[in-house]
Write a protein that binds this ligand. Sequence first.
Ligand code: ZN
Length: 250
Amino acid sequence: MAGARLAPMRVAVVSDVHSNLAALEAVLNDVDKVGVDEIWCLGDIVGYGPDPSACVDIIRHRCAISLAGNHDLGAIGSIPIDDFNPYAMAANIWTSSVLSETDKEWLGSLPTLKSVKSVTLAHGSPREPIWEYVISAPVALKNFDSFSTNWCLVGHSHIPLVIVEQERSVPPKTLPISPGPIDPQGRAIINPGSVGQPRDGDPRACYAILDLGRQTLAHRRVTYDIKSVQKRMLVASLPSYLIDRLERGC
Ligand code: ZN
C-alpha cells in the first residue's frame, strides 16, 4: 500500500544524553551505520553537560518517541530542584538559564511513560516513571506488575541492564550485557545504558538496538572525544565532579 507506514522492526534506544553533544553525535553516527527504522529516547536529554539546546534539537528531529526525565522536568520548573543532589542542582540551574523557550515548551510536552506495540517505555520505572531506579532484581520484581507488554525500557540509572521475569516463586534473572543479539525469552526490563554519562565503569557512550521482529536486543558502546566535552563544561563553569566523572564512566 503506497504511503502506509510500516511498523518499526529495528529500533535504536538512547537514554540519558545529558547535554553531551559529542557523545550523541558519535552514537547517531553508529546508529546510521547499523541502520534502524526508528530511534526512541528515554529522557534526561539535558542536565550535567555543556550543550543542552543542541541535544534537544537533535533528539527532537531524529527520535520518533521521546520521554521526559527528571532532569528535563527540573530544567523547565515542572518538578522542584531541591530533590536533586548539589551537583545535579547546579547543572540544572545553568541548563535552565541557557535553554530557549521553544526548547522548554517541547520538553514540557513530553510524556514520562508510554506504551507502543509490545513495548512500554519509562524514564525511571513503569511504577514510578520519574524517580525510581531499576538496578536490582528485587526492584525489578516489584515493577513487572506495572506494565503489561513483553518488554519495558527504562533509563535513569545510566547502567545497561537486562532483567528477565521468572515464574512467581523465582526472583527475576539478570542477563549479562552483550554486544551481540540476545533473546531474553520472556518479559524483560531493559536499560540501554547512558549516551552522555555512563556509570558502569566504561566511559564510552552506550545505547541499545532492539529487533522487535526477532525479539532480540544488543548493547553497543561508542567512543567519543571526552576531553572536548570536559573543556566545554569547564568554560560553562559546571561542577568539576561532573567534569571528572565523564572520563571514569562512573
Ligand atoms: Zn540521567
